[in-house]
Design a protein around this ligand. Structure first.
Ligand SMILES: [Mn+2]
Length: 508
């Protein structure tokens, strides 16, 4: 019998107040790198079909969902928002990561666990208001030119990867001055590493699972600072690394550099945003073009060429993860084509654009169907109103799939619940979103980010990052800054192209 129990709002509040009274002095403190002891977007078939996560607060379930309150009792909510999780990497962590790169030590873990997952507690942490801002690149270039010298492109790729990881760690939460060749080497090495993995990753426990990051680099570093960096803490990512936020390049580069350095400790799944058509409509393609501008000197080493390397990498990213043999995880959700877990293993990669109707497409595009009248699956017209993309799956479909596949719990990303996570299908499915302060403007509607810590005995701790209005304002301003830079870059490009075509026509 499933024992997933999470508090409904009132039960939670009561439990929280009780807990606060009982354990005031025992509230857990933030400790850096402590190992575990114990919404998204629409498919732009045309841009006008775009629908933002902001419309989807209720989709994917919510803490206030009356269905969930029936099964709510025991999860304890702990307020640690007085504990500020920094984006800067503490020096002790920096040293221990760099040391670990040289000395690979596999962490113990269990691939198939007999116990049923159970959510035990939900802990909320605070953050500073600092974020990685567009343009911090220039400051770094001036002040750190000496320490971030380009690596020779003739170096063997493992050396490049290791030294680039070391530089990223040293650089902290600022924009990183990537050299074209070293980034290409990293992406190329990562592409072949991911190509060697199954489309269904088998992840041992303990581990920590993360939902969408969307270019929020400083928050990715916060999560690692809070939960432990991958040399100590096994980490699973459920896609949507890029678009929306301003530093998708840093997010992908750090994740794959960590993957190459600690392959048994990093598990990366693909989201619907790891795809060219979306990157061209949202921001990632332009982000790459902006950082690697086309000039006379950069012919063959500009944004479009760099993007093609990101694209090759995206096409090889695995599509789902089976955690402890009992928790199935993916970016979007389930599919009627999922006859067994083997159906996912059999998916062949590379995959370029997701083909509507394929299992791979359903895995990255589907959403929970919150219409209680519905059963089974129907085309996800919320994302693409003409033909649908992915599935809307009913609570009953989640339960019957869990029975058929012999799994207990599903974790997926793709939507942005207000509390960073939300449950569906009587607690059988969780939506998880790890980009805090991604939307909203007041404390009532600014979203929290969340991650899921799965312990060795399948006991689950949910950790949240709660941000301030100021943080959200900083992030919104940063996104606006990036948009303005993109617009300017586009104008310059157009002006140059016009000039060029005029020159060409004169010489004809
Ligand atoms: Mn998504």
């Amino acid at each position: 019998m499933l024992l997933l129990v999470v508090g409904g709002f009132h039960a939670v509040l009561a439990a929280f107040m009780l807990f606060q009274c009982m354990t005031k002095k025992a509230a857990p403190k933030y400790s850096p790198a402590k190992p575990i002891p114990d919404a998204s977007q629409s498919k732009p078939a045309t841009v006008s079909k775009e629908r933002s996560e902001d419309d989807e607060k209720s989709r994917g379930g919510s803490l206030m969902n009356p269905v969930l309150e029936k099964s709510s009792q025991n999860a304890v909510h702990i307020d640690c928002t007085h504990t500020i999780v920094p984006a800067e990497i503490p020096e002790s962590d920096q040293k221990s990561i760099l040391k670990a790169i040289k000395r690979q030590k596999p962490q113990k873990g269990t691939t198939v666990v007999e116990k049923v997952p159970m959510i035990e507690k939900v802990v909320a942490y605070g953050t500073s208001d600092d974020i990685t801002v567009v343009g911090s690149y220039l400051q770094i270039r001036r002040s750190e030119r000496g320490s971030a010298e380009p690596t020779s492109s003739s170096s063997v790729s493992t050396e490049v990867t290791e030294s680039l990881l070391a530089k990223l760690i040293k650089n902290g939460a600022r924009q990183f001055p990537f050299q074209f060749d070293e980034l290409v080497d990293l992406l190329t090495a990562a592409t072949s590493c991911l190509a060697g993995e199954s489309s269904l990753l088998e992840v041992p426990v303990p581990c920590v699972v993360y939902g969408d990051i969307h270019g929020q680099y400083s928050d990715l570093l916060r999560w690692f600072n809070l939960n432990g960096w991958p040399h100590k803490t096994r980490s699973v990512f459920l896609g949507d690394f890029v678009d929306r936020g301003s530093h998708g390049i840093e997010v992908v580069a750090l994740l794959v550099a960590l993957k190459l350095a600690f392959p048994q400790q990093m598990y990366i799944c693909r989201g619907n945003h790891e795809e060219e058509s979306l990157n061209k409509v949202y921001s990632f393609y332009e982000e790459v073009c902006l950082r690697f501008p086309s000039t006379l000197e950069t012919v063959g080493k500009d944004g479009p060429v760099m993007y093609s390397h990101f694209k090759k990498l995206f096409m090889q990213i695995p599509l789902a993860a089976l955690i402890g043999g009992r928790i199935l995880s993916m970016h979007g959700g389930i599919s009627p084509k999922m006859e067994s877990v083997d159906s996912i293993r059999k998916i062949e990669r590379p995959i370029d654009d997701f083909e509507v109707g394929s299992l791979a497409c359903d895995l990255v595009w589907s959403d929970p169907d919150t219409d209680p009248e519905q059963t089974g699956f129907r085309p996800n017209l919320d994302r693409e109103p003409q033909h649908g993309i992915g599935q809307l799956f009913a609570a009953e479909a989640v339960k019957s799939l869990c029975r058929r596949l012999g799994i207990d719990f599903i974790i997926r990303g793709h939507q942005a619940p207000l509390h960073g996570y939300a449950l569906f299908a009587d607690g059988r499915l969780m939506t998880l979103f790890s980009a805090p302060g991604y939307k909203g403007s007041t404390m009532k509607d600014v979203n929290m980010g969340a991650c899921v810590e799965v312990h060795e005995d399948m006991v689950i701790t949910i950790k949240q990052l709660k941000v301030s209005e100021k943080f959200r304002k900083n992030r919104a301003e940063d996104v606006e800054r990036m948009k303005a830079s993109r617009k300017l870059a586009r104008k310059l490009r157009e002006a140059r192209d016009t000039k060029k075509s005029k020159t060409d026509s004169c010489t004809e």
